[in-house]
Design a binder for this molecule. Sequence first.
Ligand SMILES: Nc1ncnc2c1ncn2[C@@H]1O[C@H](COP(=O)(O)OP(=O)(O)OP(=O)(O)O)[C@@H](O)[C@H]1O
Length: 300
Amino acid sequence: MLELKNIGVNFSGRDILKEISITFQPGEIIGLVAPNGTGKSTLMNVIMNYLRPNSGKVVFNNGLEYSSKKNEVKIHQLVSMMPDQSDLYNHLSGRQHLKIYSSMWNSNPELIDSTIKALGMESYVNKKTGTYSLGMRQRLCFAMQIVSDTQIMLMDEVMNGLDPTQVEIISQMLVKKKAEGKTIIIASHLLENLEKYADRIFFVKNGSLDLIEDIYSDLGVNGNMVIRVKEGTEQLKEKLAKAFPELSIQLLASGVTLIDFPKNEADRLESISAFLSDNDKPEFSVGKMTLGDLYSKYYH
Ligand SMILES: Nc1ncnc2c1ncn2[C@@H]1O[C@H](COP(=O)(O)OP(=O)(O)OP(=O)(O)O)[C@@H](O)[C@H]1O
């Protein structure tokens, strides 16, 4: 179990994390989502004690804290941060890296071969990492953490640079680890992917962790339908707002115009669709509000 008690981090007078109190349980995958530079890595650095918070504390397994060097060593047997690609030694092979991690955490050596197999790394794992592609390096970093086999695993952008097949393989491995009772905290921008396996997803904003279910209800968009108009413009948005003043209309950074409305008002669809056709913007799609839509609205 991992408990954050009133964690506060302030850089140059700016609150990056504000009074965060939360408990993460065994067998739970937690997703952390936010725009770049919001505080996801800062939170992980606090959990690892790489960064001392200005206030609050981190407590492991009902009482273990970073109160001494000895405790830190004990805690770092329980919690690990996925290595970064820049942590790899170019002159060592992937297998050598896995052996180092296995012995550092004193984990079952059989995990080395089973992880290599699960991630399909057999063809290159004995080669020096200096010859690896970005995706191969990323897979190795993930494999290193899996081999360390700690009870709590922190992963910052684990899916970075991976092709869809690899994303799927790693997602399935995460689900397996969760079933083994691991606590996994993942910072990611792949929202649809995160939704497949995360038990709780938080958006980080203004120093707080906000559970997505609370955001849906706070914004009053629970169960809403959306219309996505391709190639929206400020002009179209204004016209729509005039014609349908009660609807929430937003021009996203991607250039899409997002119109959301409660499910029980689905009969509006016809008039909106007619309006769009009249305004030469017939290319649109209708669907349920996605996590990506919620993100756009929340960080607008
Ligand atoms: N050691 C530090 N000293 C001063 N400011 C820092 C320090 N570390 C992080 N920051 C600032 O704190 C904010 C949060 O940074 P953090 O790295 O936690 O963001 P993040 O959400 O992980 O971003 P990304 O998605 O880009 O990884 C940023 O504005 C960053 O510049």
